[in-house]
Design a protein around this ligand. Sequence first.
Ligand SMILES: NC(=O)c1ccc[n+]([C@@H]2O[C@H](COP(=O)([O-])OP(=O)(O)OC[C@H]3O[C@@H](n4cnc5c(N)ncnc54)[C@H](OP(=O)(O)O)[C@@H]3O)[C@@H](O)[C@H]2O)c1
Length: 265
Amino acid sequence: MKTAIIGAGNMGGAIACGLAQGTRVATSDIVVSNPSQEKLNRLKAQFPDIQTTHSNAEAAKDADIIILAVKPWVLDKVLMELPLHKGQTLVSVVAGRSFDEILSFLHTSSLHGRVPDISLFRVIPNTAAAIGQSMTLVSSLNATPQQQQLIMDMLAPLGPSMLLPEEQLAAATSLTSCGIAYVLKYAQAAMQASTELGIRPADSLHMVAQTLKGAAELLLNNHEHPAVEIDKVCTPGGLTIKGINELEHGGFSSAVIKALKASAV
Ligand SMILES: NC(=O)c1ccc[n+]([C@@H]2O[C@H](COP(=O)([O-])OP(=O)(O)OC[C@H]3O[C@@H](n4cnc5c(N)ncnc54)[C@H](OP(=O)(O)O)[C@@H]3O)[C@@H](O)[C@H]2O)c1
């Protein structure tokens, strides 16, 4: 199954590495297109069988699946260059560009006055894709359950993924793609506090990261609301409930809710 990846930056590069390490696509069937040679060289050094090019049209020509991993302001230009044909699957990693916007651009652009019968996917990984730990969001349009499964399988090397209706994508992107920064912001604040408390940053980094990982694993394994796990730590009259109440006095929950709502657009 020939797969073209347009853009070899953070996302395109991570997807290319994930695909090359997975089993759904033969490495020699992956073509990556990017303007600068350096990123292509880096991919080639890691996976010599990957094909590379500077021409998006060349990459997409015979591709069954075309993955668009460019910045939003480059998307229209790239779409105009693609020789789309019936039966192809177009996967956009570009955040904030809806199916309607992509389709209406294809309809109005001179090259694609008539849009061929293609399947569309929107895929939103987060930066943990680079280490196979992304929470990846997937929406589809005009795709069969088999095609949906194929795309989910292809994305598996990046981490778990979840299929959602497009209407939920903005909110879910806030939770996962922006959310990873909010979780890291907690880690940063915790390390700031621990430095004042006299712990070496190298030690607190390990403690904070493992604590976050432990909390995440508890939620994923026990499938219970966070309140259940928090309650287990809060002995009446104990230290943790004092800290939890300080967080609330400082507006912690409210700040998290406001941040997630602000980035769910
Ligand atoms: N990073 C994230 O966490 C994240 C999460 C979810 C979604 N996204 C979405 O993923 C997309 C890519 O983000 P990114 O972080 O991977 O950006 P990035 O690292 O800047 O990668 C974009 C790549 O596109 C290449 N490019 C520029 N113009 C091109 C053209 N005309 N044809 C082909 N390739 C071209 C750039 O090449 P040069 O550098 O050589 O110019 C660069 O390698 C964005 O739309 C973003 O919304 C990102």
